[in-house]
Ligand binder design. Structure first.
Ligand SMILES: [Zn+2]
Length: 238
């Protein structure tokens, strides 16, 4: 058999293999698994984000609590000082009371911030629990489908392996350079080998150039499509 006829036969099993691989990728359980896997990854990221938020919040809450404690000490000290050494003019009384009130106002502000953060933090805790529940459900579903899919895959892999062997057998006897060319064309046009249909490329339907038509008349076994790069076989090979 001529090289291009061998290549034509090779293409048939090669396309069969591609088609089968495509079907395997399109397996509905595989798609479900990927969906659950993506969902699980997403939930992990959500959890990580919540954890880091909680960490920042608890640092801030700790700092606020310390600051409130410190300011309360200052208030107690200033109050005691005021009681023990009452100033003898109104101006100083007003001044000292104002400074104590300022401290108390700051404490109040910090306390309300702290209360708000506690609430936020509790909301984060709830959110975290919800995410964990959702993730656990997805995980269980993933595991359930995985068992089924693994069985399907095992069966499919046997056929896949047979097809690969078949393709390898068909490749025997084909010039390696030609096979490389086939693979190069296949990267942008598949199937890479086609036939001539009414002076047109069977792949992209482009009409042959006058020069190529001359070549065909001269009896070459193939021409290359100027548009899609496919190898166009001239002779009927089937
Ligand atoms: Zn073409």
């Amino acid at each position: 058999m001529e090289q291009y006829e061998l290549l034509w036969k090779y293409q048939q099993v090669d396309m069969e293999l591609d088609q089968y691989e495509k079907e395997m990728r399109g397996n509905s359980n595989r798609k479900e698994l990927l969906k659950h896997r993506d969902f699980l990854l997403e939930q992990q990221n959500v959890l990580k984000k919540i954890e880091s938020d909680v960490e920042v919040m608890s640092d801030r809450m700790e700092a606020l609590a310390d600051e409130i404690k410190r300011l309360s000490g200052s208030v107690a000290e200033a109050t005691a000082n005021f009681e023990n050494n009452r100033p003898d003019n109104l101006e100083d009384v007003k001044k000292q009371m104002a400074s104590i009130q300022k401290l108390i106002a700051t404490i109040t502000r910090y306390e309300s911030e702290l209360a708000k953060m506690r609430k936020d933090s509790e909301a984060r805790d709830r959110q975290q629990r919800e995410v964990r529940v959702r993730a656990a459900k997805a995980r269980a579903e993933f595991d359930r489908i995985k068992v089924i899919y693994d069985e399907e895959y095992k069966a499919a892999a046997v056929k896949l392996d047979e097809l690969k062997k078949k393709v390898a057998r068909e490749a025997e006897g084909i010039d390696p350079g030609l096979l490389e060319k086939y693979k190069a064309i296949k990267r942008h046009a598949a199937p890479p080998i086609t036939r001539l249909h009414d002076d047109r490329c069977g792949g992209c339907n482009m009409q042959l150039s006058a020069a190529d038509k001359d070549k065909v008349r001269s009896g070459v076994p193939y021409v290359e499509c100027e548009n899609c790069g496919r190898i166009i076989l001239i002779k009927q090979v089937d």
